[in-house]
Design a protein around this ligand. Structure first.
Ligand code: SAM
Length: 299
């Protein structure tokens, strides 16, 4: 599938469907005996998309593989959960979840009273989310605002129009987003975040380790996926790599540090091990070579 600068999608299409993939992983984790978190909304989204004709793999090789590598999505979810809880406990009452997809934090986290949570994503994705929650009579306990706009367009204006206050500290997050942006769009995104961040703001990002776009690693992953697709006899299963912009990226940790953000960075495998969800030895190749970066601006 070819990406373009202005492409858009519904929840079951292109980049939109990756949000469903994450929802499936969160539903899987919620159903384990000792989940790292409980997301009772994830299954509702998967079910609603299935009614719309989406066909998830609930058994067979694809589902088995997804569960085997589920530790990555589980650890990632937990890390962002803890980031927002810590930001709230430190007085930040404005959160912006960029590329929110089917992230249910606005509904499931124990937000401090008075917190405003903004979610930014493409219009049809947020519409599907709102419709699904409304169909189940679910409302957020927090002050929630959906900002339906493409992150390559003028999202800062849309965010301000929704009530965002750039003079107060913000907790930003970008989870599962950067591979779907071009290197140039990624740079613009962080320039805008930096401009909109009052002293005391924080940012949490799932970013790239140097080996993320290593051609051999990508080719190996592609080949593994091709074999899995053959095993599952599903020639149409999309390979997520086809949706990525495989380009050299700015070193985000260094970029933020140069602009006064205090950085901590945790490699994916360390994060997973730390939460007791290590990658199975034979599947470490399938773990994205990501790094989880938190930046804090001096208050
Ligand atoms: N952060 C969510 C999570 O972890 O559950 C969703 C991650 S999903 C892999 C990627 C999300 O990024 C999708 O919801 C997609 O719509 C969103 N996205 C990607 N590029 C975008 C763009 N240019 N503008 C708005 N949203 C975008």
């Amino acid at each position: 599938m070819t990406r373009t600068d202005n492409d858009s999608w519904d929840i079951t299409e292109s980049v939109g469907a990756t949000a469903l993939g994450v929802a499936m992983a969160r539903a899987d984790e919620t159903n384990t005996a000792h989940p790292l978190f409980t997301d009772r909304y994830a299954q509702l989204f998967v079910d609603a998309a299935t009614v719309r004709g989406w066909q998830p793999h609930t058994s067979g090789p694809m589902a088995e593989r997804r569960r085997a590598i589920g530790g990555y999505a589980a650890a990632r979810t937990k890390w962002f959960d803890e980031y927002f809880i810590a930001a709230g406990a430190n007085g930040i009452d404005q959160a912006v979840i960029l590329a929110a997809g089917l992230d249910a934090r606005a509904w499931r986290l124990p937000w401090v009273d008075g917190t405003v949570v903004y979610e930014v994503d493409q219009p049809k994705v947020l519409e599907f989310k709102a419709d699904t929650l409304a169909a189940h009579g679910i409302r957020s306990a927090v002050n929630y605002r959906a900002v339906a706009v493409d992150l390559r367009q003028d999202w800062p204006t849309a965010l301000r129009q929704a009530g965002f206050d750039p003079s107060t500290p913000t907790a930003w997050s970008a989870e599962g987003l950067l591979p779907y942006l071009s290197a140039q769009a990624q740079d613009l995104l962080f320039e805008r975040i930096a401009e909109l961040s009052a002293p005391g703001s924080r940012v949490a990002v799932e970013a790239f380790s140097p080996g993320f776009f290593d051609p051999e690693n990508l080719a190996r992953r592609r080949e593994q996926f091709r074999r899995l697709r053959d095993e599952a006899a599903d020639a149409n299963a999309p390979d997520v790599q086809d949706l990525w912009y495989i380009e050299e990226r700015t070193d985000l940790a260094a970029w933020l540090a140069q602009r006064g953000w205090r950085i901590t960075a945790t490699e994916a495998l360390d994060l997973m091990a730390g939460y007791g969800r290590p990658a199975p030895a034979e599947l470490t190749d399938l773990t994205p070579r990501s790094v989880f970066i938190e930046g804090r601006l001096h208050g």
